[in-house]
Write a protein that binds this ligand. Structure first.
Ligand code: FAD
Ligand code: SIN
Length: 535
C-alpha cells in the first residue's frame, strides 16, 4: 500500500504559480524542451538542485549521429535494434535516427562545440556501433551540451527557472494533469505549479545501486511520481551497467568512457590476458551486457580482484588530447594511463525503463509528458546502444514541444483551472538516518538485483524490502526522506519486473534462465491501481 501523495496538502493553502507549461528537470531533456517551448509560451522549469546538477553534465563519450559518408540513419537504426535485443520499438528508433542530425545542427547553432578532425567533425566509436559515429567534445561532451543550454537559457531569459525546488507529486484533476506540487527548499514552503502541460525530465534511477556512475540526483523521482499519479511504467527490469567505471571507492564512480576502448584500449584480467577475445566478434567493443558479464567472470577467476583497461599502447598525445578528463582524474589517483593499467569494475549506469510514452512523449495521463532518461520511448529495447541517450532527450523533447504547440494553438487546450484538491492521511513520523537507509537499499539492489539475478535472490530482496514497508507509508518533510521513498518504490518495481521476466535478454540476466525466450518478446508494464492507493 503506497499513499497517492508524499505529503498531505490542501491546494487552497499553497502558494501557486501558473504558466502554460511546467518542465521538471534541467538536464539535456528538460532544458532543451523548456528553451523550445519558451519561444512561444510561458514556461517554468523546476529542478531540485542547481541547474547543472544532472547526469547530463557527466556524459563523456558523446552523441551518436550518422553523419559520415559511410554511415546512414539506416545503419544507426540497425545497430540500435541489434543492441536492443528484440524489444526496441522500431518506429521510435526510426524517429531517433532520422531526426538526429537536425537536432545536432540546432545544438551547434546554439554554440555547442564538438571536436573536429581537419575539415570534418571528428567521430569516435563505442560498443555496439559498427562504425565511428559518436560526436564528442573531448571526453566531456555532456558538460559542453549542458553548459550550452544553460548559457542559452540565461541569455534568452525566456524560461522562469526555479532551482532547489523539489517536485513531490503530479496533480491530476478531472482526469488530466494539472500541475506539480513542489517543495521550495529555500523558503521551506509548498508551491503548486499549475499548467496546461507538464513535462517530466527528471532523469534515471542509478542511485538505486551502491556502485553507480550516476550523480546523487538520479533517484527515480519522476518514475515514482508518475506511478503514484497513475501513469504506466514499462521495462523496469532493464538496468544497464557500464563495464568500465574506475575501481575506486567513490559515489558516483568515475566513468572511463567506452570511447577509450573505441580508440583501441584492451580489457585484461589479473593475469594480463585479453579475456574478451573469442567472447564476441567485436571483442572489447561488444554490447555492454556481454562485456559486463565477462568482466564479472574474469573478476571471479581472479579471486575478486579488479580487471584492467590497458591503454598503454595508445600514443600518449592521443590520450592526453582526446581524454583530458580521464587523464587528469587518473593522474590525481596516481594512475598514468599511458604507462599504468586502469583498474575498472561495472557500475549501474542507465535506467532503460521508465514512464511509457508514445512517439510524441505523451503518457497515458492527458497533458503529462515524459522525456529523457525518465521516459520509456521504446528506443532502447532491452539494452541501450551507447551514446543514444543524450540524443533521445534532444529528439523527443522537440517532438513533445511540437505536440504541445499544436495543442495550445488549435484551441483544443483547456484553460488553466485553479484546482481544488487536497490529500490527508494519518501517517507515522519515522526518525530515520536517511543516508544509512539509502546505503542499505543500494547494497540490497547491488547484491540481488544487479548484473546477475536469480529467483531466490530476487525473492530475498523483495522480502527484505517488504520488512521496511513502513518507509513508504511514513510522513517525511525533507528531500532526503522523499528521495528515499521514491527509491523504495522504484526498487520494488525493478525487483518485481526482474522476477517476472523468466529469461535473459539484453541488460536483464537471470542465471536460472540464462537463455532468451521467444515467448518473452514483450514488455512488462506497471500501473498504480486505485485499490492500492491509501488515504
Ligand atoms: P538528467 O540529466 O539526469 O537531469 C535530470 C534533472 O531532473 C536534474 O536537473 C535533476 O535535478 C532533476 N530532478 C530529478 N528529480 C527531481 C525532482 N524530484 N524535482 C525537481 N527536479 C528533479 N549518454 C549518452 O548519450 N552519451 C554519453 O556519452 C553518456 N555518458 C554518460 C556518462 C555518465 C557518467 C553518466 C552518468 C551517463 C551518461 N550517459 C550518456 C547517459 C546520459 O547522460 C543520461 O541518460 C542523460 O543525460 C539524461 O538526461 P536527462 O535530461 O533525462 O536527465
Ligand atoms: C561512455 O562514454 O562510455 C558512456 C556512453 C553512454 O553511456 O552512452
Amino acid at each position: 500500500m503506497v499513499p497517492r501523495y508524499l505529503i498531505n496538502f490542501n491546494s487552497d493553502k499553497l502558494d501557486k504559480i501558473t504558466t502554460d507549461v511546467v518542465v521538471v528537470g534541467s538536464g539535456v531533456a528538460g532544458l532543451s524542451a523548456a528553451l523550445e517551448i519558451s519561444k512561444q509560451f510561458d514556461v517554468a522549469l523546476v529542478t531540485k538542485g542547481e541547474l547543472k546538477e544532472t547526469a547530463t553534465w557527466y556524459a563523456q563519450g558523446g552523441v551518436a549521429t550518422a553523419i559520415s559518408p559511410e554511415d546512414s540513419p539506416k545503419l544507426h537504426l540497425k545497430d540500435t535494434l541489434e543492441a536492443g535485443a528484440g524489444l526496441c520499438d522500431r518506429k521510435a528508433v526510426d524517429v531517433l535516427v532520422s531526426d538526429a542530425s537536425d537536432r545536432i545542427g540546432e545544438l551547434i547553432g546554439l554554440g555547442a562545440e564538438f571536436d573536429w578532425q581537419g575539415d570534418r567533425i571528428g567521430l569516435s566509436r563505442e560498443g555496439g556501433h559498427r562504425l565511428a559515429r559518436i560526436l564528442h567534445s573531448g571526453d566531456a561532451t555532456g558538460s559542453e551540451i549542458e553548459a550550452t543550454l544553460i548559457r542559452t537559457a540565461n541569455a534568452w531569459r525566456s524560461v522562469q527557472v526555479f532551482e532547489h525546488r523539489f517536485a513531490l507529486d503530479i496533480v491530476v484533476d478531472g482526469g488530466r494533469c494539472a500541475g506539480v506540487v513542489c517543495l521550495d527548499e529555500k523558503s521551506d514552503r509548498l508551491v503548486l505549479h499549475l499548467a496546461k502541460a507538464v513535462i517530466l525530465a527528471t532523469g534515471g534511477a542509478g542511485q538505486l545501486y551502491s556502485v553507480t556512475t550516476n550523480p546523487v540526483i538520479s533517484t527515480g523521482d519522476g518514475m515514482a511520481m508518475a506511478y503514484r499519479a497513475g501513469a504506466v511504467l514499462a521495462d523496469m527490469e532493464f538496468i544497464q551497467f557500464h563495464p568500465t567505471a574506475l575501481d575506486e571507492d567513490s559515489m558516483p564512480r568515475f566513468l572511463i568512457t567506452e570511447a577509450l576502448r573505441g580508440e583501441g584500449a584492451y580489457l585484461r584480467d589479473c593475469r594480463g590476458e585479453r579475456f574478451m577475445l573469442g567472447r564476441h566478434p567485436l571483442a572489447e567493443l561488444g554490447p555492454r551486457d556481454i562485456v559486463t558479464r565477462e568482466m564479472i567472470r574474469a573478476t571471479q577467476r581472479c579471486g575478486g580482484g579488479p580487471v584492467y583497461l590497458d591503454a598503454t599502447h595508445i600514443p600518449k598525445d592521443i590520450l592526453e588530447e582526446h581524454f583530458p578528463t580521464i587523464w587528469k582524474h587518473c593522474r590525481e589517483h596516481g594512475i598514468d594511463i599511458s604507462k599504468d593499467l586502469i583498474p575498472v569494475r561495472p557500475a549501474a549506469h542507465y535506467t532503460i525503463g521508465g514512464v511509457k510514452t508514445d512517439l510524441d512523449g505523451r503518457t497515458n495521463i492527458p497533458d503529462l509528458y515524459a522525456t529523457g532518461e525518465v521516459a520509456c520511448t521504446g528506443v532502447h529495447g532491452a539494452n541501450r546502444l551507447a551514446s543514444n541517450s543524450l540524443l533521445e532527450g534532444l529528439v523527443f523533447s522537440k517532438r513533445i514541444i511540437e505536440a504541445i504547440k499544436t495543442r495550445l494553438t488549435t484551441g483544443e487546450e483547456s484553460s488553466i483551472q485553479d484546482v481544488k484538491l487536497g490529500f490527508k492521511m494519518a501517517r507515522s513520523k519515522l526518525d530515520l538516518d536517511f543516508k544509512k537507509e539509502r546505503r542499505w537499499l543500494q547494497k540490497l539492489m547491488m547484491d540481488y538485483v544487479g548484473v546477475v539475478r536469480s529467483e531466490s535472490g530476487l525473492r530475498h530482496a523483495m522480502g527484505e524490502l517488504k520488512k521496511r514497508d513502513e518507509v513508504l507509508k511514513a510522513e517525511f518533510s525533507n528531500p532526503a526522506g522523499f528521495e528515499l521513498q521514491n527509491m523504495f518504490l522504484v526498487a520494488g518495481l525493478v525487483m518485481r519486473a526482474a522476477l517476472e521476466r523468466e529469461e535473459s535478454r539484453g541488460a536483464h540476466y537471470r542465471e536460472d534462465y540464462p537463455e532468451a525466450s521467444d515467448g518473452w518478446i514483450r514488455h512488462l508494464e506497471h500501473r498504480f491501481v486505485e485499490e492500492t492507493i491509501a488515504g
